[in-house]
Ligand binder design. Structure first.
Ligand code: HEM
Ligand SMILES: [Cu+2]
Length: 700
């Protein structure tokens, strides 16, 4: 075969690009780690495929999950993706901590490898861990909380998932074939311009983020419309649960904040692929255009990440305090105020990049303003707990750790909002400490709280508490040990993204941070053990009544796991926390007066097609395999057009009689199940029906 023909087929791909061979070419710790990671991906994929075959799970996985448009199943698939990416992202963080613990002596990684690590770590944690996790929870919970059958656009939901998956696949493939970007999660030019990085790295970043970003934009649209249009009769805006409010605000942010990112990434692509000079600082370009576009996405993004967790904490704190949420209306106003203000502060990300002092001052003050609504929230959560009868369940442990740690992180944020302070510490580990202080307690812990809290609703059995506490303990200790020392070394002048350093004073702090990383690893292991133990013991922890925590919102009024149609009859809402009110009046489980047929959308291949050919499209673009890119693009385009023309050809109708029979049978079982008191909540006797003892309080 001639060389020209080869490059027609394989583009810029050659044997040198295969990471799993690198350890054989130049054996050394750095390359062994590099190749080892590639082998983990390859072997992991092979083992998963083998297990699915062995247990004959391909069929059910296809028909029950991959082609489903059920919002709960789509939500679960998002969360599975997020957890896989969490393992990779967190382990990359641990490797970086180990490198820096040893960094005085140069460590064990090459500078280029370290740069790829912080770039993939940041990109994964933001776009492929946190975003899918929160999108998954929103998917599962919001339609239930508002008493809807599904989201407004179920097929679009599947499409969004497919786009997110294809972005994540690209990042995974970059571990096996070729390099990832070394330009950080924000991909700033000139580091990502072709003159600086001619390889495939930044192209992986561009297409992963573009695909996933499109998915997120569509998700935002879907949920704004869903929350506006699908609420059950009687559920006015001010009767919406607080998590739904936060989800609404998040969705609005997705709609307005994701497009600037997509535009920035595509303009960067134009620079790289077509010789444009949007951001080159020569030939008329200007890097500041990138900084402005990126952070018009990037700052609202931090609220996209944190607001869903705020919503979760609201539900969790009120449920486990046995009280209604204090200051509901102020919480709603604070949420929307945060969402609005988040668009006006982006410039604090480049205080040091040469604008006027007055401009910096304005943006510094604007930034500090966000502290006000955030403070309101913290006070409302505390007031909710005040005089509550608190149960220290696992989600509550996360919530309490969050309240303490997040306030600390918020204070360092106020420090950073001062341009003169920022001039001192920007681009040091102080900043890294600050944003992990916001992202781990503020986002990750909230997502874990939500995972624990809603798990029985989705799967019909509770998660093991003991391992839940162990995991929470390890996460909290791991976070504190890993990141608090970074404030110190940051102030001492250790820059971020440093593969090594020469000042011995940094070393003890980074040793402590390294110990923290061990706890974080233990936390990941505990979560795996927890899942295993919980599945093993599932018969003992069945959530028969669907309400294991004596919770207050509508999703707990329906059986666990929730049937495809969510509610046998769409409920009429007469109050805020209508379910808690009904339980308080002894009317928690009422037989509806009449039933009717339920129509549900049919399955769709669109999600799978998008995931597979979206990945292929990305690979084609990254490696200059133009035939593959065109082919994949054509397949996606034709499928979407075909689906639009043909419509939903297999909608499902569930007859009223069947719904009636099932619902009655469930009510029967609920009435026969012994209710538990709050003291027995963690006991095997908790089968999801709350005793009148604590339902009485709920009515207050
Ligand atoms: C699970 C434990 C985690 C560990 C051990 C960890 C560790 C690290 C380390 C060592 C860095 C590089 C710091 C430097 O530049 O010197 C980093 C950067 C970063 N981390 Fe984490 N991290 C963790 C979790 C998270 C989470 C949960 C998120 C987001 C939701 C996150 C987002 C980021 C981002 C955006 C960067 C910046 C990447 C860049 O420089 O472009 N991390 N992390
Ligand atoms: Cu910001």
């Amino acid at each position: 075969m001639s060389h020209g023909f080869c490059s027609l087929i394989f583009g810029r791909l050659d044997v040198e690009s295969l990471d799993f061979l690198k350890a054989f070419f130049h054996p050394g710790l750095n390359d062994i780690i590099l190749s080892g990671a590639a082998w983990v991906v390859i072997v992991g994929a092979a083992v998963t495929a083998a297990l699915l075959t062995w247990f004959r799970l391909w069929g059910p996985m296809w028909s029950k999950w991959l082609i489903s448009v059920d919002h709960k199943r789509i939500g679960v698939m998002y969360i599975v993706l997020a957890l896989i990416m969490l393992v990779r992202g967190a382990l990359e963080g641990v490797v970086m901590r180990a490198q820096q613990a040893d960094g005085l002596h140069g460590g064990f990684l090459s500078a280029d490898h370290f740069a790829q690590l912080f770039s993939t770590h940041g990109t994964i944690m933001i776009f492929f861990m946190a975003m899918p996790f929160l999108t998954g929870l929103i998917n599962i919970v919001v339609p239930l909380q508002i008493g809807a059958r599904d989201v407004s656009f179920p097929m679009l939901n599947s499409l969004s998932l497919g786009l997110t998956v294809s972005g994540a696949m690209l990042v995974m493939i970059s571990l096996v074939i070729g390099d990832f970007s070394t330009g950080g999660w924000s991909a700033y030019p000139p580091y990502t311009e072709p003159n600086f990085q001619p390889g495939v790295g930044p192209d992986y970043w561009i297409w992963a983020v573009t695909l996933a970003g499109l998915g997120s934009t569509l998700t935002g649209i879907n949920f704004v419309v869903t929350i506006f249009k699908e609420r059950a009769p009687g559920m006015s805006f001010l009767r919406m649960p607080i998590f739904t409010w936060n989800a609404l605000c998040t969705s609005l942010l997705l709609v307005f904040a994701m497009p600037p990112l997509t535009v920035a990434a595509l303009m960067l692509a134009a620079d790289r692929y077509l010789g444009f000079h949007f951001f080159t600082n020569a030939l008329g370009g200007n890097m500041m255009n990138y900084a402005n576009l990126f952070w018009q996405f990037g700052h609202p993004e931090v609220y996209i990440l944190v607001l869903p967790s705020f919503g979760i904490y609201g539900e969790v704190i009120s449920t486990y305090s046995g009280k209604r949420l204090y200051g509901y209306v102020t919480l709603v106003i604070a949420t929307m105020a945060i969402g609005f203000l988040s668009f006006g502060v982006w410039l604090h990300h480049f205080f040091t990049m040469g604008q006027d002092a007055d401009v910096n001052a304005v943006f510094g003050i604007a930034t500090m303003l966000i502290g006000i609504p955030t403070g309101v929230k913290v006070y409302d959560w505390m007031a909710t707990m005040f005089r509550g009868r608190i149960r220290f369940s696992v989600p509550m442990v996360y919530a309490l750790a969050f309240m303490v740690l997040f306030v600390l992180g918020g204070l360092t944020g106020i420090l950073l909002a001062n341009p003169p302070v920022d001039f001192q510490v920007h681009n040091t580990l102080f900043l890294v400490a600050h944003f992990h202080n916001m992202l781990i307690p503020g986002t990750l812990f909230g997502l874990f709280a939500g995972y624990t809290y809603w798990f029985p609703k989705v799967f019909g059995f509770r998660l093991n508490d003991r391992w839940g506490y162990i995991a929470a303990f390890n996460w909290i200790v791991g976070f504190v040990l890993s990141f608090m020392p970074l404030y110190a070394v940051g102030l001492m002048g250790l820059t971020r993204r440093a593969v090594s350093y020469t000042n011995p004073a940094f070393e003890p702090w980074l040793h402590v941070a390294g110990v923290g990383a061990i706890f974080i690893t233990a936390a990941l292991v505990s979560m795996c053990v927890q899942l295993y133990v919980s599945i093993r013991d599932r018969e003992l922890t069945r959530d028969i009544g669907g309400d294991p925590w004596d919770a207050r919102t509508l999703e707990w009024a329906t059986p666990s796991p929730v049937p495809a149609y969510n509610f046998p009859v769409i409920p009429h809402i007469h109050a805020l926390e209508a379910f808690a009110v009904a339980k308080g009046a002894g009317l928690g489980y009422q037989e509806p007066v009449s039933y009717s047929d339920i129509h549900l959308p049919g399955d769709t291949y669109i999600g799978v097609i998008t995931a597979v050919f979206g990945t292929a499209l990305g690979v084609g673009l990254v490696w200059y395999m133009w035939w593959l890119a065109w082919l994949a693009f054509a397949v996606i385009a034709v499928s979407l057009i075909a689906r639009a023309v043909l419509g939903d050809r297999h909608p499902v109708t569930i007859p009223a009689a069947e719904i009636k029979r099932k619902y009655r049978a469930w009510l029967e079982v609920v009435r026969a199940t012994a209710p538990v008191t709050r003291a027995l909540e963690w006991d095997y006797r908790n089968h999801g029906v709350a005793a009148a003892e604590y339902t009485k309080e709920a009515a207050e």
